[in-house]
Design a binder for this molecule. Structure first.
Ligand code: RIB
Length: 304
């Protein structure tokens, strides 16, 4: 069984569907909406637990209705939330997500208590980790915590799986400290500092990030799978053809599945294939869909 520690964000998400404006500057009017626990850290932790890992989460929320609802949902999936702390002065992070044909059109993010996560909240958990455990992080945590985390894994030998999102908040030291980075196409473009122009571009960007010191690079391409570059070659790994209804959390499910399979000893190709399928399944309905292990295994078997 994989053992995974997630250091990341928790937010209450507001999903907005069928948005339209009568004129520029007018209110955005939507057909329907709902709120749901989210945040990249919380999503990865829950997804990894449903895929069979032993998971703990380090994060910070407000001591408010949203914070307790999020933490209850995460604990309900079997994640150890004893290292999630509650702020009495700052509200839980909040994200409003406008969806258009299943894809994100606009996002409004209030980081709230995520910005209060400090190294003193994270360090006790990291000190307990053994080198067979994997730490997963994204940049929804303060930069000083990310830098300290990068230094810690470099000296301790614990593997860091880093989703470099948002890419503006990820520096070269963090990417070089990571065992793998998993940008999507737009994030890879931001990391290499160029826009995406050709079919071959994800392979070139992944190779460039690898040359810059990232040990393994996986560029997530949605409907066309993922590009994988490790020490010796580049290849594209396909996924299932699924029409997206709500892409929220797909990257988090991808990361969770990748960490779960690597933690179980799978090679990179197998782990990316598993992650592609898990992420594809996760976009098939409105809201956060976190597939369980049996569902992913069955879809992989069907895909051949
Ligand atoms: O990756 C999806 C997540 O990103 C959402 O749950 C939202 O909270 C944002 O952090």
């Amino acid at each position: 069984m994989s053992r995974i520690a997630v250091v990341g964000g928790i937010n209450m998400d507001l999903h907005l569907f069928g948005g339209r404006r009568r004129s520029s500057g007018a209110a955005l009017v939507v057909d329907h909406y709902f709120t749901e626990p989210g945040g990249k850290g919380g999503n990865v932790a829950r997804a990894a637990a449903r895929l069979g890992a032993e998971v703990r989460l380090v994060a910070r929320v407000g001591d408010d209705e949203f914070g307790h609802r999020c933490v209850d949902a995460i604990a309900g999936d079997g994640v150890d939330v004893s290292a999630v702390t509650f702020s009495t002065t700052t509200p839980t992070g909040f994200v409003a997500i406008e969806l258009n044909h299943g894809l994100h059109r606009t996002l409004v993010f209030a980081p709230g208590a995520n910005d209060e996560l400090a190294w003193e909240h994270v360090e006790p958990t990291l000190q307990e980790l053994t080198t067979d455990e994997i730490v997963v992080a994204q940049a929804e945590i303060p930069g000083v915590v990310m830098s300290a985390l990068a230094r810690h894994v470099s000296s301790s030998g614990v593997r860091l799986f880093l989703d470099p999102t948002p890419p503006e908040d990820v520096d070269g030291a963090a990417m070089r400290a990571a065992d793998v980075i998993t940008p999507d196409r737009a994030e890879a473009a931001a990391l290499v500092g160029r826009t995406d122009t050709s079919e071959l571009w994800p392979l070139l960007a992944a190779a460039e990030l690898h040359d810059a010191g990232a040990r393994t690079v996986v560029v997530k391409l949605g409907a066309t799978g993922a590009v994988l570059v490790d020490g010796w070659r580049s290849r594209q790994i396909p996924t299932l053809p699924i029409e997206p209804i709500d892409e929220t959390g797909a990257g988090d499910v991808f990361m969770a599945a990748l960490a779960v399979r690597r933690g179980e000893g799978a090679g990179w190709d197998d782990a990316v294939r598993f992650a592609n399928v898990a992420a594809a399944l996760s976009v098939a309905s409105q809201g956060l869909l976190l597939p369980d292990r049996a569902t992913v295994e069955a879809a992989l078997a069907d895909a051949g």
